[in-house]
Design a protein around this ligand. Structure first.
Ligand code: EPU
Length: 335
């Protein structure tokens, strides 16, 4: 296909909230060899550049005045070296998880059904049910929009943390992920620590396939399918607070759950639980609403604008600040 840059493209199909905003310029990148040309185009018009996968963690609140690079390159390759695999940025993440299972490559079953692409996975270091991407990450290839060069970045270079990486910080915005290399296990490794997962497998021998099936069942039972109801998964991160803060909160809320963080003084709290205490499930503002079954998920009930979603999110975080003295941070990227 001849590479072209389109003008005035409606982004509705390119963001899982399904909000309608326009991109001034839009390039469907099926071949990374076209990136230098896209970079020159942006430089010649002094445009900002936004990299998009399947838009499952992005909320547009305005038209985008620059160039959107829609990363749509494909390819999955099992590399020499036991358990090594490389996948192109435009591959669908869940399809990669299934591909791994079919090829007896184990470890990422717990990350089944996470919406989005392979290229987006390292941006927020995707995680679920006790597993995070960085546990399997070896390196990635990225196109540097500043210099026009291809860079190979190791795990240390990427600065992974809970739902965070270098790519979410400012210098990271200039890097376009092209492919990701993972080291998977060739023998099953099962992570069953998450409450609900072990219970789902009670009475049967745990296998990677059964963990995969259980994760899909749990997710489908409480998270809305973005193909049917616009959403971007968890809207906020789970907040990390001091243990002293937890003890003081438990005086009023003895049931408040908390997880260890690896740092003895800090604990992670479920934002969904806090929001649920304040009655947010099902609340609506314009076309935006809080999901009926999960207080951390904001959904598009119909014609929500990005602004409806953000205003609802602001009210939610104000109520958590007032009620618990905790400032929630958004997980979703707001553009
Ligand atoms: N809870 C409530 N009310 C609710 C929902 C949940 O009280 O409406 C309670 C649950 O009972 C549980 C706790 O809150 O005690 C945590 O809920 P859940 O297990 O559903 O997980 P979460 O902390 O809300 C995180 C990730 C999810 C991931 C799940 C499973 C973040 C921000 N979110 O959600 O990731 O799938 O754990 O591991 O870390 C995402 O990032 O988009 C995402 C969906």
């Amino acid at each position: 296909m001849v590479f072209e840059i389109q003008e005035q493209v409606d982004l509705t199909p390119y963001n899982s909230f399904g909000v309608s905003q326009m991109a001034a310029y839009f390039a469907d990148i099926q071949d990374p060899a076209d990136l230098p040309q896209a970079r020159e185009f942006a430089a010649s018009k002094r445009l900002s550049v936004l990299v998009l996968g399947q838009g499952s963690n992005t909320l547009f609140i305005n038209d985008y005045p620059g160039l959107v690079l829609y990363m749509n390159n494909r390819g999955r390759e099992i590399l020499p070296g036991a358990g090594m695999l490389r996948a192109a940025a435009g591959e669908n993440w869940h399809e990669l998880v299934m591909f791994c299972l079919q090829n007896s490559l184990y470890g990422i079953e717990n990350l089944a059904l996470i919406p989005g692409t392979v290229g987006a996975a390292p941006i927020q270091n995707i995680g679920a049910y006790g597993v995070e991407l960085d546990q399997f990450f070896v390196e990635l290839e990225a196109f540097d929009l500043k210099t026009g060069e291809i860079r190979h970045m190791s795990k240390a270079d990427c600065e992974f943390a809970y739902r965070d990486s270098l790519f979410k910080q400012d210098p990271g915005q200039k890097l376009v992920v092209l492919s990701v290399t993972l080291q998977l296990a060739v023998e099953p490794v099962l992570e069953l620590g998450y409450a609900g997962l072990k219970e789902a497998l009670l009475g049967q021998e745990a296998t990677p396939q059964r963990v995969f099936d259980a994760v899909c069942a749990i997710r489908s039972s409480k998270l809305p399918d973005p193909k049917r109801i616009g959403n971007a998964g968890s809207f906020f991160k789970n907040p990390v607070v001091s243990r002293a803060k937890l003890l003081s909160l438990r005086e009023s809320y003895p049931e408040l759950p908390a997880w260890d963080t690896g740092d003895a003084d800090l604990v992670k709290l479920p934002a969904a639980w806090l929001l649920d205490q304040k009655g947010w499930k099902g609340k609506q503002r314009g076309g935006a609403a809080v999901h009926e079954d999960h207080a951390l998920v904001l959904v598009n009930r119909g014609n929500a604008s990005g602004e409806d979603v953000v205003l609802l999110a602001q009210d939610m975080s104000s109520s958590i600040l007032q009620g618990f003295g905790i400032a929630l941070q958004t997980e979703v990227r707001i553009v």
